[in-house]
Structures are given as C-alpha cells and as structure tokens.
Design a protein around this ligand. Structure first.
Ligand code: MIC
Ligand code: SF4
Length: 657
C-alpha cells in the first residue's frame, strides 16, 4: 500500500489479485450507471446473462444522449430501458432529468464508493471522492450482476494544487493546463489524485469539471479527497448521511507528482481538433466566433450557469453569434427557472436546450462551414459537432460568455473593462431544489418480476462473437494513424439512433475514411467475411481514444474483424475488443507499422496457442514477404475471455461452474 486515497478505496473493494501497480485486479462495484446510447446493449447483454435483479447497491439507467427522436428508434430505446430497469430492480432517470454524470453527482455518487459506468466520463464522480471508472456496457452488465470489475492496478499521479483561481479563470482551465502537460496519449494505467492547499477553495462542481475532463488524459480515473467542501455539497443535496471524510496519508507515495499553482493560471482553450491542443486565450484573442454553446457534463452545473446568468443579466449577446445553453440537469434548470436566472439568459439571447448531451454528441446545433464554435464541452474531435472540417474550441463558461458578448475570442479578464462586468463569484447554495420525481425507484422483486419488457422492432439483439481460429488468415482492411478516436471508428451524431441495431449501425464503421465511389469499410468487411478470411485493423498510437462505446468493437466484430494491430491501444477500447473476441496486438517494434499497408494479406500461424499463454505472435505479411513480432499484452483473465469467444460466453461459463 502506498497510502494514496486511490489505493485505500481500491483495497476496501479488492475482490481478486494483489494491489501492486501493473497487476490485474478485480474490484467490487457498489454503483453502476448506464446511459441510453450504451445502455441498450448493456441491458440486452445483461438480460442474456439471465441475471434478474441487480446485485449492486445502486444501479441507475439514464436517458440523456439520444433525445432527438427523429423516427421511432430513440423512443423505442427509452421504453426498453425504462421497462428493463424496472424488471432488473434498477433506478431509471427519465429523459429530461439530466445528463447522467451531473445527476449521479447530485443524487447518487458517494465518497469512498466504487462506480462503474458505461460512459467514459464516469470519473466525474471522482469530484465527490468515488473511484469512478468508465467501461464498456458488457463490463457494466457483469458488474450489475455482482461480478467484479477487472482493471490494471494503477500507478498514481499526485497533482498538488496550490494558490487560488483568479477572477475569470476557472476549473476548466485547471484541467486544460493538465492536458497541456500530460496530453491525451500515453497515460493508460494511471489514476490522477488531487491534493494540496488549494482544495479548500474548490467546490464539488469545480472538482467534477476537473475529474470529468480527466477522461481526456486516457487515465483510469481522477479523484479528489472528500472533505468539508464535499460535506457542504452533500448537505445541500440533503444527503449528509452519504458523507465520509477520506484522505491520503500525509506521507502517501505517488508514482509521480505534478504541481499546479492556480494563481498563475490564465484562461485556456483546447483548439481543433484534440482536447490536448492547448493555447492560451491571449494567443488566439480576436478570432471571430459564430457559435457559443454552454453545457455538457463538464460545465453545466448550477454554479457555472448562475455565473453565466449573472454576467449576461441586462446585456445582449453579439448578433453574429448563435448562442445556446443546455443545463446539466432538471435540478439545475428548475433552480434557474425559480430564481429568474433563466429569464436573464433568455433575454440576453440564449437559446435554451433541454437537459441532455445535445450538441456535445452531435445531436443538433452543428456549426455552419468555417464557423468557429466555442463550447464548454470536453471533446472536440474532428467532425464531432456534425460538421465536416469543424473548428471547435473547448473553453470555460467564462471564456464562452466573453465570446458570446463580443463575437470574437476574448480573454474574459477583459470583461470588466469591455462590458463593465464584475466577476460574479457564485457560492454553492445551502439547499439545492430537490425533486426526484423523474427518477423511478427500484421495484420490489415481486413487482419487478411482473414487468413486461418493451422491445420495439428497432431493437436487435447483437450477434455473438465467433471463436478464434487456430491460425489467423487475415487481410488488412484499413490502416489508420495515431490518436484514432472511437468517434472515428463509430460516428455518433445522426447515426446515434442506430445504437440498438448493430447490422444497421455497422454500415458506418470508419465512415470518415470512406471515399466516394469506392467500397466502404463495411462493404469490404462483409465481402471478406463471406470468404472466411479475418479482417485486420492496423493503427498507430493510442488507438480507440475517447468514448467507452463498445460499438467500436461490436460493429467491427460484426463485419468480421478478428485482430487490431496497433502501436498502442487505449484502456477501455482494448477491454471492449477483448470482450467481443477481437485480439488486440501491439507492434513489438513500432517501426514495423511502416511495413504494412491496407490490402496486405496477413498470417498468424498459431494465434490460438499464443492467446493461451504466449506474450508474442509472429505476424507474416504475405504482401511483402516480411514478418514482425506482435505483443500480446493480456492478463490471464483476458486470455480466458478470448478463448471463451468473448465476455458474454465467459460469464455464462463461469456462472455454470
Ligand atoms: C461521449 O462523450 O463520447 C459519449 C457519447 O458520452 C460516450 C458514450 C457513447 O458513445 O455512448 C462516452 O464518453 O463514453
Ligand atoms: Fe454526454 Fe457529452 Fe458528457 Fe458524453 S461528454 S456524457 S456526450 S455530455
């Protein structure tokens, strides 16, 4: 034990393995969350495991992503999730109640608890002191059934926060600063744990902004120690009984320490098209802005939006700016409505969007061509706005309103001078307006067993993975570069409604790389699948960054993909590949990436044998007669899952014994 808070919580939940960094460990999960875009698959798989009532303390099924409801698909999903949650004795947060991470923080997350969510921003709850981890829906389904969650025992980065944020500099700038230091690459297997004298000035919503966007670092999770600030937040949520003070030991041993002096920070932006492309606002000051959107699970808390409302009160936004605000939850929206802040926003020219993910996941509000869009979100991957070649900048709400008022990128610290606005410092309210009417509570078992699960015709049970061949005969179906995100692999936006129909959704795998007049990736995959030859994806560093969407493994599996050969593969995506029986292979020598191209025929002689217990395979490239070594970086459980043809089968086998 190293005395970190992370290890203390992990130790309390340890179900399998030893707490030694790098080891595979299993932990008991107290709470789970699912959202509609990943939850349909998670619950379909949960049902096929025949698990009955959930075995966790709390499992919540949220509807927050797919709310556009063009065609029947979304509502079919909503009805399925509502009824399957009832049948499984889970909570259900209905459409309109808010974004899963915001609502979880407000109403459920607990200091010292473990939370597993089928969404990569689950670490938001680290702001309250949970060990909160994002995973694929299949892993969450196993946790709902009482199974442990397996992860690599992490190394811990201690981030020592000193000083105090200046006016107009925000929590968002803290995480953007950290992203500029650590980038989105190469942080797999780490947890970020915050400590230091500055913590006493950081409220839970501010902490949650930081832990939320910590997901972009690619770390396992981020955590703040629950303290007086946490007590205050929980008491205002009328959940004082959930509070527990926890901290690292004073002599805790971090594997690395980074110091950030909050007093020295300035407003920052993540420039197109990566959350780690950080510049200071002063470097890009003056750039014309055509759209500003405030919202998402990163920056849509009551305190954020009250700051926005106060700053805008009695003012008009620039007439060349399209301006929208999506409050993070119904609680936030209700409070803004009650105290008049909503009216101030509307009068200033804001378009109020419903409490959901909305534009963050390309559900409307796509910017015009060549228009700079400033967003308070956490991701600006190319095309995620729904517009090709988009220009999305990620900023704090403070920087967002400065642009909304001036029509150009503006350092918010100039607002007192430009618009006579004093910084509206917003305190946490003593009491939030609590109304859980849109959260359906778990039914008693008796009642739950009577529930009829509604499965509309657009909900299709996914195909099961095929077993691995002894020898892999394959063909490279695509070769991609570094930092390929799951948004590249499986676009969301207008395709999001296809999440519960794999054969349809699979048609757009790697859509952004399809060329007009040429066979799409999906068409090439299905053609190859007929011949019995396995499809191979070749990639650079950090393959599968970003979301937890397991469709980025499930749909390629449906198209016949059997292996991914990459320089490195990100944590959640790698687990998803294994869960759907796609073998993750890493180049032993990254320069071999240069000797392989799309269309090459590949052979891996004894793949099945190697998956059993070897750390390397020899990949023969019949295209150019060369061969190279590929690493199998797998835990013994990963191997068992692959040999069982995926996690669903593996779980069924374990249940039988
Ligand atoms: C995202 O922010 O990319 C999402 C949409 O919330 C995803 C989940 C999904 O694809 O459904 C995530 O972050 O995991
Ligand atoms: Fe929703 Fe965006 Fe948050 Fe993902 S990042 S959960 S899409 S608000």
């Amino acid at each position: 034990m190293n005395g970190t808070l992370t290890y203390k919580i992990l130790e309390k939940h340890l179900a399998d393995g030893k707490l030694i960094a790098g080891n595979s460990i299993g932990i008991r999960i107290d709470q789970t969350l699912t959202q509609d875009a990943t939850g349909t698959t998670a619950f379909l798989l949960y049902e096929s495991m025949g698990n009955g009532p959930v075995k966790t303390d709390i499992s919540v099924s949220y509807i927050d992503h797919n709310m556009s409801q063009f065609g029947p698909e979304n509502h079919n999903d909503h009805l399925y999730l509502q009824t399957v949650a009832a049948k499984s004795c889970a909570y259900h947060s209905r459409a309109g109640n808010g974004i899963c991470h915001q609502v979880q923080l407000e109403r459920f997350a607990k200091p010292g608890a473990t939370l597993l969510g089928s969404d990569s921003h689950t670490p938001t709850a680290g702001g309250i002191g949970s060990i909160a981890i994002g995973a694929g829906g299949m892993d969450v389904a196993v946790a709902m059934g009482g199974g442990p969650f397996y992860l690599t025992c992490p190394k811990v980065i201690g981030v020592n926060l000193t000083g105090q944020l200046k006016d107009w500099v925000a929590a968002k700038d803290v995480i953007l600063k950290l992203l500029s230091k650590l980038t989105t690459k190469g942080n797999v297997g780490w947890v970020v744990e915050y400590f230091g004298e500055a913590l006493k000035y950081l409220s839970v919503p501010q902490r949650a902004t930081i832990t939320n966007m910590g997901a972009e670092l690619g770390v396992t999770t981020s955590i703040f120690p629950p303290d007086e600030q946490t007590r205050k937040f929980l008491s205002a949520q009328k959940r004082s009984e959930d509070f527990e003070a926890l901290a690292a030991d004073p002599d805790a041993k971090y594997d690395k320490i980074i110091k950030i002096d909050l007093s020295s920070l300035e407003p920052l932006a993540a420039c197109p098209s990566s959350p780690d492309n950080i510049k200071s606002i002063s470097e890009i000051d003056g750039m014309p802005v055509g759209q500003v959107v405030i919202g998402s699970c990163t920056n849509s808390s009551y305190t954020d939006l009250m700051m926005v409302a106060r700053a805008l009160k009695g003012r008009q936004i620039n007439n060349m700016v399209e301006f929208a605000i999506a409050p993070g939850s119904r609680e936030v929206l209700n409070m803004l409505a009650e105290n008049g802040a909503l009216a101030d926003m509307i009068s200033a020219g804001a378009r109020i969007l419903e409490s959901s993910c909305g534009p963050c996941i390309g559900q409307g509000f796509s910017p015009a061509n060549d228009v700079v869009s400033l967003r308070t979100f956490n991701r600006n991957f190319a095309g995620r706005t729904g517009t090709n070649n988009d220009q999305a900048y990620l900023v704090s709400p403070e920087t967002a309103i400065a642009a909304a008022l001036t029509g150009k990128i503006t350092d918010p610290r100039k607002l007192p001078e430009l618009h006579s606005i004093e910084y509206p410092r917003i305190e946490l309210p003593n009491e939030f307006l609590i109304d859980d009417n849109m959260i359906e509570k778990p039914l008693a078992r008796e009642q739950a067993s009577q529930v009829e699960v509604l499965r509309g015709p657009t909900i299709v049970v996914p195909e099961s993975p095929k077993s691995l061949p002894d020898k892999l005969q394959g063909q490279v179906l695509i070769k991609v570069e570094d930092k390929i995100t799951t948004d590249h692999i499986m676009p969301a936006g207008s395709f999001l409604k296809l999440r519960s129909n794999v054969p349809e959704y699979a048609k757009v795998v790697f859509n952004c790389f399809n060329e007009p007049e040429q066979a799409t990736f999906a068409e090439r995959g299905l053609e190859l699948k007929k011949t019995g030859i396995g499809g191979i994806i070749v990639a650079g560093q950090s393959y599968g960054q970003g979301s937890s969407r397991e469709h980025a493994a499930l749909c390629p599996m449906y198209l016949g993909i059997r292996a991914v050969i990459a320089k490195t593969i990100e944590r959640i995506h790698k687990a998803n590949l294994i869960n759907f029986c796609i073998v993750p292979i890493e180049f032993a020598d990254p320069s071999d990436y240069n000797n392989i191209k799309q269309g090459d025929e590949i052979e891996i002689e004894s793949l099945l044998e190697a998956v059993k217990d070897k750390d390397e395979v020899t990949v023969v490239n019949k295209g150019n007669g060369s061969e190279f070594a590929g690493k199998l970086n797998l835990s013994s459980r990963d191997r068992e899952i692959l040999l069982a043809s995926g996690l669903l089968n593996y779980t069924k086998q374990v249940q039988r014994h």
